[in-house]
Design a protein around this ligand. Structure first.
Ligand SMILES: NC(=O)C1=CN([C@@H]2O[C@H](COP(=O)(O)OP(=O)(O)OC[C@H]3O[C@@H](n4cnc5c(N)ncnc54)[C@H](O)[C@@H]3O)[C@@H](O)[C@H]2O)C=CC1
Ligand SMILES: O=P(O)(O)OC[C@H]1O[C@](O)(CO)[C@@H](O)[C@@H]1O
Length: 380
């Protein structure tokens, strides 16, 4: 069995590639960073170091790597003969992956089992997004090509921080992980990934994950950045940051209970588990990494505006989430293109235009006014 995985970065090597390997797949990593591809192709193995309680070392071997920028034909050939395609490249990169998967489907034998495609990104419906880009790319051939694949959305959860210089291909990760995958698209033949779980309706799972793990993480990053913390563990050591994060998560939990019927006590223990993961002192996770790409994180259906807008629509509170949005507006990182753009947009756009362009909130949405006030305050 072969899996082609696009994106040999932190989560690609430290989670998706690891679990595919443990499921018995030969993993073919595809990336655009030539030195990374060369290092992977030359290596016999790498080690995933799980740090913190219960952590252990896991060795991944039997993989290969191809450079999708240099050798698109070779990538198409690998996809044509694979059972599984996964991605962990970032939601905005999926449009660049689509042509490779389409090219692979064009070459796929007519009697081959359908290619199982799963995008593993922090976004709702990421596989649908990839399939949408593939449809655009395939044009009139889409009906025929799409019959050669099945598409399942997934929710992936494992904290894989940026890796220290000199770590090579090894990856340091937290021991916890969760990979929830839609069951329906596979019929009787789900992929063999021990440790993943298959669910009939991914919607509640992915919202619970995105609006708890990722909202809480973003809250720790933005409130922590404002408080001068360097890492997420340090941020949560600050009492005011800790209570700001906890309050934001109480608001998202109230929404998830109301919307999906999760039990309030289950949400309370889910929150505690997650806050414990964030506090893992062995995990060198920076506020810059977790707060990266603030424009994406402030967009309409993402981890801050997404739950806050739904909460106010339901008559629930969103004050603590708004306080996190306020802190996100102050997030700066000279190395982060979106953080620089954010600073420019705050200076250039009238508050109402900023709200419309950055958050996507409709002018008559009840959250638009409060966010506009936060922006206006910065204009003096
Ligand atoms: N790091 C984590 O703990 C988690 C990350 N995720 C999601 O996984 C995705 C990747 O995140 P990370 O691994 O942290 O980022 P990363 O930056 O470490 O890895 C992304 C990889 O994608 C590669 N890439 C970029 N453009 C590409 C292209 N056109 N074709 C092939 N490869 C390309 C990059 O060179 C890089 O190696 C994001 O959507 C993130 O939200 C999800 C859960 C956990
Ligand atoms: O990967 P993103 O979407 O930029 O956000 C960072 C977040 O994703 C994770 O990498 C994994 O869920 C978290 O560490 C963090 O909440």
């Amino acid at each position: 069995m072969k899996a082609v995985h696009f994106g040999a970065g932190n989560i690609g090597r430290g989670f998706v590639g690891l679990l595919l390997h443990e499921g018995g797949y030969e993993v073919v990593f595809s990336d655009v960073v030539a030195p990374l591809v060369q290092a992977l192709d030359a290596a016999e193995s790498y080690t995933v170091h799980e740090v913190g309680d219960g952590g252990t070392d896991r060795v991944v071997d039997g993989f290969r790597a191809v450079d999708s920028a240099q050798s698109p034909e070779a990538v198409a050939e690998e996809v044509a003969t694979a059972e599984v395609v996964t991605t962990a490249v970032g939601p905005m990169i999926l449009k660049h992956i689509a042509p490779h998967v389409v090219a692979g489907l064009r070459r796929r034998a007519a009697d081959a089992p359908p290619l199982q495609v799963m995008a593993c990104e922090n976004a709702i419906g990421a596989t649908d997004t990839l399939a949408g880009h593939m449809r655009e790319h395939a044009g009139a051939d889409w009906e025929e090509l799409s019959a050669r694949a099945v598409f399942a959305n997934t929710a992936v959860d494992r904290i894989v921080p940026g890796q220290p210089e000199g770590a090579g291909l090894d990856v340091t990760v937290e021991p916890f992980y969760e990979w929830a995958i839609e069951r329906g698209p596979f019929g009787e033949n789900p992929p063999h990934i021990p440790g993943a779980h298959f669910v009939d309706d991914l919607g509640p799972y992915i919202e619970r994950k995105l609006f708890t793990v990722n909202t809480g993480h973003a809250a720790a990053a933005y409130l922590g950045y404002r408080a001068g913390a360097g890492t997420i563990a340090e941020a949560l050591g600050d009492e005011a940051v800790g209570s700001g994060v906890a309050a934001a998560l109480e608001e998202t939990s109230a929404l998830l209970v109301a919307k999906h019927g999760f039990a309030a006590e289950d949400m309370a223990s889910y929150r505690e588990t997650i806050l414990g993961r964030f506090r893992n002192p062995a995990l060198p996770d920076t506020v810059q990494r977790v707060g990266r790409q603030p424009l994406r994180k402030l967009s309409r259906h993402e981890r801050l505006i997404g739950p806050a807008s739904q909460a106010v629509e339901q008559g629930l509170g969103a004050e603590a989430l708004l306080a996190v949005v306020d802190a996100a507006l102050d997030f700066r990182d000279a190395d982060d293109e979106q953080a620089n753009q954010l600073e420019g947009l705050l200076a250039d756009l009238p508050p109402r235009d900023f709200v419309e362009q950055v958050t996507g909130l409709e002018a008559d949405h009840p959250l638009a006014g409060p966010v506009e006030e936060l922006v206006a305050r910065r204009r003096g």
